[in-house]
Ligand binder design. Structure first.
Ligand SMILES: C[S@@+](CC[C@H](N)C(=O)[O-])C[C@H]1O[C@@H](n2cnc3c(N)ncnc32)[C@H](O)[C@@H]1O
Length: 212
């Protein structure tokens, strides 16, 4: 996916992925990561998800990475937080006490920028990327977060029926990405109402990635 693809989607408000309320699988299963107040969660490909509001409400700090500056501005506005804006090597950082979003390309972020991460919450990030980018994404995510434990939420459906994004991610693929570093458990799944794009019946699946 070209960067312009996502920037155009934001510009044209084609943001059907943006949820009206926090993700149910997040609410039900995030406690399995056993975080404490004050811990830091990395939310790759952040968008302007309301999940960030829920995470902040748990007393957690959140670090995000998002290509679109307008999405990031909307996120802070929704949260009613006035950010301080700094520069980082590849863009701007919108920052407050508990939330910082690195605007720019995820693949250019380094551990030095995001700091110490206690957990990763990936919802609609891995599934946003085509197969050829997914291995690069998971490799980089592991590297910059030093393999922090993760709650991963993906879609599983017949990719023959509709093209992504969101792409379908099978159990086999999750094992290929993450089994070298993590113990992986499938914690839950729920049917996607109406399926993907109203065509493909789909499950939304939550996976827990814990350090071996
Ligand atoms: C499907 S949306 C998901 C957003 C959010 N996680 C959610 O649950 O609503 C994917 C997001 O990733 C962003 N994105 C795509 N490629 C990116 C990249 N290489 N670096 C940073 N952000 C990227 C897009 O702008 C878009 O906001």
């Amino acid at each position: 996916m070209e960067h312009s693809y996502w920037l155009n989607r934001w510009k044209n408000r084609q943001i059907g992925f943006d949820q009206p309320s926090p993700n149910q699988l997040l609410l039900s299963h995030f406690n399995k990561l056993k975080l404490e107040r004050g811990d830091t969660v990395f939310v790759p490909l952040t968008g302007k998800t309301v999940d960030v509001a829920w995470l902040l409400g748990q007393g957690l700090n959140v670090i995000g990475s998002e290509l679109s500056e307008s999405a990031t501005i909307e996120l802070f506005a929704m949260l009613e937080i006035s950010p301080t804006i700094f520069e980082w090597e590849s863009g701007k950082v919108y920052s407050s006490d508990s939330l910082s979003v690195f605007v720019g390309v995820f693949f250019e972020l380094a551990t030095e920028e995001i700091g110490s991460i206690n957990a990763v919450y990936d919802r609609a990030a891995l599934v946003a990327l085509p197969e050829e980018m997914r291995f690069r994404y998971t490799h980089h995510l592991i590297e910059i977060t030093k393999a922090a434990p993760q709650l991963l939420i993906v879609f599983d459906y017949d990719q023959e029926l509709v093209p992504g994004p969101p792409f379908s991610i099978s159990r086999k693929e999750i094992l290929e990405h993450y089994s070298a570093k993590y113990s992986i458990s499938h914690v839950a799944q729920k049917e996607v109402p109406g399926g993907i794009k109203g065509i493909a019946p789909a499950q939304e699946c939550a996976w827990l990635l814990e350090n071996k």
